[in-house]
Design a protein around this ligand. Structure first.
Ligand code: SF4
Length: 76
């Protein structure tokens, strides 16, 4: 498993994560920020645990994010 997190309030809505990892990210029409699908929110951090299969594309999304608010880590 991997854990993906997003510090959503700092999202500038550039759409990169949605383009790179469309199975895990969507743009919100309400506030123009991206949504980490199936994530839970706690103190401004949206977090979800997913299968390793999603690792590469979400690491790429994290690297592309211009405000560096996406983080991916491996879980045991
Ligand atoms: S790449 Fe970063 S700033 Fe751009 S939409 Fe995704 S989370 Fe927001």
């Amino acid at each position: 498993m991997i854990q993906i997190s997003q510090q959503r309030d700092k999202c500038i809505g550039c759409n990169y994560c949605v383009e790179i990892a469309p199975e895990r990210w969507r743009m919100s029409k309400k506030d123009g920020k991206s949504v980490l699908l199936e994530a839970r929110e706690k103190k401004g951090f949206h977090t979800v645990n997913v299968h390793d299969m999603e690792h590469l594309e979400n690491v790429a999304a994290a690297e592309a994010c211009p405000v560096n608010i996406i983080h991916v880590k491996k879980l045991k």
